[in-house]
Design a protein around this ligand. Sequence first.
Ligand code: SAM
Length: 458
Amino acid sequence: MAIDDSISARITSSCPQTTAEILKAAWNHDVAQVSKLLDEPGKASLQDPLTGETPLHAAVRSCGPAGSSSSPEDESALEQAKATVSELLLWGGIWNDVDNHNETPGCLAHRLGQIALYNLFVEAGVRAEMLFGVLDGYEALSSGSEADDEDMAEADEPAHVGVDIGGMTAELEDGADAPDLVAANQLAADFVAMDEEMEVQEQPQEVQEASFVPPSSGADGEVKSERYLQSKLTYSDGKLVDDDGNGVMMAWETDIMRRSVDVLVPENAPGKRILNIGFGMGIIDSMFAETKPARHHVIEAHEEVLAHLEEPDSKFGTKWEASGPEEGAYKIHQGRWQDVVPTLLEKGEVYDAVYFDTFGEDYSQLKMFFTEYIPGLLESDGVFGFFNGLGADRPICYDVYTRVVEMHLSDAGMDVEWKEIDVDLKGLEEAGKGEWEGVKRRYWTLDKYRLPVCTFLG
Ligand SMILES: C[S@@+](CC[C@H](N)C(=O)[O-])C[C@H]1O[C@@H](n2cnc3c(N)ncnc32)[C@H](O)[C@@H]1O
């Protein structure tokens, strides 16, 4: 059903006066009035109780769909809209609050084609995520096919999507990508506002649950991973699903795996030393194996995946290990990569290509992997890749993550080239249908995948 973006539909007659005032000022891009009304923390993120409209939504929505041509009037109106959005963000407007259509202000700007406004939200998201990481390892995402988001959404949380990055103390200390003062002020405002919202504000009744949600304790990632590793798995119909119905790996990702192998082992050159973390359905490992590597190591932690590997029709397992060019050249390392990788480093193992695609872990684990272990594991001219599903259920989150990961990779001494590839969404359009039948959460919604090709800087 088409969304009614009119002011009367969005700022309802039951909206409290204080909220309606700021929503209307933001709708009219009346920056002076907006500033005047922002006299208490939390006001920039007030919401109409029925529609979830925030002042940021109002400032974007009133612009309407972007026109194909731009007149001087349009440009001046856009400048006013940008000034309004900036003012609201500066004073605690929350970039990832969702309304009753499950749209953040950035999603709305994206739908309306208001790219200049959209970019303001991406920047605000990046700043906020960097700050959350600096403060305390904001609850993080796992690698895409996620168990945890759904669980978190079940909690009684405020309605904003949380794209969460953990463990970033180094950024402020090193200064390399530290938020500047303005950003820090804005982030502090974000934080105050978010606190206020959590404590005071009632969630609009019709607001849908967010796909990602705000922080809990940093220990959660560990618990979720542990729970996943003990769960029962089912291999069926091109899917690997856990006992909560979460898609661990799905066949539609095969093309992404193919393209990843093509950049990790260019021209499928034989004789490479390869490390893959996370066997799953063995899709990428089958492709790696076809390149006839000199070394091919796999790390896998789940007992049922390990048992699957040993089944008679498996290409991997003991027989495959024995087929390597020398003892230990082809090997399934059983256990969590967190435990196995240090032993590989001790043995002096070095690889030309490393791929990382686990499940049930938050982003802090991926970050830890490339920051702490890649420098020792990867040959100086080697290539590192990972499954890039961070924030993949809405474009704004994907864009925010792209920037955040880029900064973290740079801190870790790595350059990343993103190869944008098309994702055929046929069969992936609707939750619970087609490919998603029997899978709890539609964790991928985008028609483009940004494939990371990471190499050492310099
Ligand atoms: C998304 S699947 C990998 C899919 C694989 N890329 C493919 O092509 O089929 C993730 C895998 O990582 C494994 N895994 C999860 N946490 C792990 C950990 N800490 N260490 C090693 N493996 C882990 C899971 O059991 C699962 O087999």
